[in-house]
Design a protein around this ligand. Structure first.
Ligand code: MN
Length: 248
């Protein structure tokens, strides 16, 4: 199975969570909320074959941490994966949309300058803004919209720009969102947990939540869970291969 967006460093026992995911054979993208957290967090994934670490600057932290953008740009050469980045238009953050947009675009510009990155993107209450930014930076890489909750129209606009989606159980439990997921191209979907914030019980890595996401996708796709799993795996290998071919 695949967990294309989780925060290994934020588990109470990161190494234990990583070991559990590894034992379950899960491919993990471990995202970081700040560039400062990247060096230490990437150590967790270092000796683990199926884990990669993404360099991030969470939009909810941008107001306090925007001076870390320069560190972000300096570290960008060390990884093919970026996340989480993006824009949050929720009530608490809508007051600083300008700075969020500025930082997001600076990151997209840096990714473009480096030849593109695979990017896990947050777009809560800001999917149109995120799509607009992506449109301005078409060579920034492959955007994966994580836990997308926007409109069908924004989803279609994102697809036209080459975007993928990482979906988890909370999204698939929502009637409105699962209807949208059913319309997305199957070959641009990956699963995610966003753990430990979501799906987690205690300190354990949420293998079951991931299994449930695959099961719910198989229901939407009207196929066996094994087939859904095979589709997701083939998506991941294509994503990784495309990124490698592009020199990402
Ligand atoms: Mn997250």
């Amino acid at each position: 199975m695949i967990d294309f967006h989780c925060h290994l460093d934020l588990f109470s026992r990161p190494d234990m969570a990583a070991t559990e995911a590894e034992r379950a054979g899960i491919y993990v993208l471990s995202v970081t909320n700040t560039p400062k957290a990247f060096p230490k967090t990437s150590q967790i994934a270092k000796a683990r074959r199926r884990m990669r670490t993404a360099l991030g600057l969470h939009p909810q932290l941008v107001r306090e941490r925007h001076d870390e953008v320069s560190l972000f740009v300096r570290l960008l050469g060390e990884t093919q994966y970026v996340g989480e980045i993006g824009i949050d238009g929720g009530e608490e953050y809508a007051g600083h949309l300008d700075i969020q947009r500025e930082v997001f675009e600076r990151i997209l510009r840096a990714c473009a300058a480096e030849g593109g990155r695979v990017m896990s993107i947050h777009s809560r209450h800001a999917s149109s803004e995120v799509v607009d930014c992506l449109r301005r930076w078409p060579t920034a890489g492959t955007p994966i919209l994580h836990w997308f909750t926007g409109s069908k129209r924004d989803a279609e606009a994102a697809i036209a720009l080459g975007a993928w989606f990482s979906v988890g159980t909370p999204m698939l439990k929502s009637k409105r969102m699962s209807e949208i997921v059913a319309t997305l191209p199957r070959d641009r979907i990956l699963t995610e947990t966003d753990a430990p914030f979501v799906s987690t019980k205690g300190s354990a890595y949420p293998v079951e939540a991931l299994r449930e996401a695959v099961f719910r996708l198989s229901e939407l796709w009207r196929c066996a869970p094994e087939q859904a799993d095979a589709q997701l795996r083939s998506n991941l290998s294509r994503l990784v291969k495309t990124a490698a071919d592009a020199g990402v």
